[in-house]
Design a protein around this ligand. Structure first.
Ligand code: SAH
Length: 280
């Protein structure tokens, strides 16, 4: 991984995670608003609903040893550890996030069954066949080598174990290639959110096929999650959020100013919310 991207991601999350937690809570991912995006639910509940809907979609009813790839401050890791009475390991590039996740685990009495490490998802310190659930919620978009990322998820998965990967994508390009304007729009998103690039869901599926994942399935949930950005934009305009933004520095401010980029990305069908699951 290129050092500069690695450092940018680290600094972005080191600087912005405290504010995000204060304003929006421990889950740093989209919410779920029903198949057509019409459910009127509280934002935080929508984020928990997303986790539950993903488990249902992927057919996960139990887990013993979970890896949360790109774990943020451990929102999913701890939720899943508690729900399944499982062990959870989370990895992130941000030392601030890893430390905060560790504290949150202790506060929730989950310290003994969870651990949080700073590690690169493309080269993790874990042995082959370690986990029965590998969960990656909105971190794939940050990975410079999508194939290496998925290979690594596959390597650490136990035979029979399940991978759930959910990530920002751009629309499929097999029929109509991306226009210059769409490419420019994507570049702006990449810049503010520290993404090297995103790919389409069919491209992820092609990579996953090479790994011989069994029962491979994909789905596009863009419509179900797009309303999230309206809610986040509304709540970013409170005095508390604005003050927090001013105190946490320029990259965080840029991230906030760019919320509209994501909203417009969904509106024009350019940004897509892609799901992939399969068994080893
Ligand atoms: N899944 C979490 C956080 C999503 S934010 C949640 O839903 O709350 C994206 C996360 O991906 C951050 O924690 C960031 O540190 C992590 N990340 C990005 N690139 C990574 C990499 N190469 N290796 C490990 N983690 C990475």
């Amino acid at each position: 991984m290129s050092t500069t991207l690695y450092q940018q991601i680290q600094q972005f999350y080191d600087a912005s995670s405290g504010l995000w937690e204060q304003i929006w809570g421990e889950h740093m991912h989209h919410g779920y608003y029903g198949p057509n995006g019409t459910y009127k639910v509280d934002r935080r509940q929508a984020q928990i609903d997303l986790i539950e809907e993903l488990l249902r979609w992927a057919g996960v009813e139990s887990a013993e040893n979970i890896l949360d790839v790109g774990c943020g401050i451990g929102g999913s890791s701890l939720y899943l550890a508690e729900k399944f009475d499982a062990r959870a390991t989370g990895i992130t590039l941000s030392p601030v996030q890893a430390a905060r996740a560790t504290t949150r685990a202790q506060e929730a009495n989950l310290g003994a069954q969870s651990q949080f490490l700073v590690a690169d998802a493309q080269a993790t310190p874990f042995a082959d066949n370690s986990f029965d659930l590998v969960w990656s919620l909105e971190s794939g978009e940050h990975m410079p080598d999508k194939a290496k990322f998925l290979q690594e998820c596959y390597r650490v998965l136990k035979p029979g174990g399940k991978l759930i990967m959910v990530t920002w994508c751009h629309r499929p390009t097999d029929v109509v290639p991306l226009s210059v304007d769409e490419q420019k729009h994507l570049q702006e998103i990449y810049q503010v959110y520290c993404l090297p690039y995103v790919i389409s869901l069919p491209e992820y599926e092609a990579i996953a096929r090479q790994l011989s994942l069994q029962h491979l399935r994909t789905a596009d949930w863009s419509t179900a999650v797009a309303p999230f950005w309206d809610v986040v934009i509304d709540s970013a305009i409170t005095p508390q959020a604005i003050w927090g933004l001013l105190s946490s520095g320029w990259t965080t401010i840029q991230g906030a100013l760019a919320l509209g980029l994501m909203r417009r990305g969904y509106e024009r069908g350019l940004i897509r919310f892609g799901l992939l699951c399969g068994n080893k």
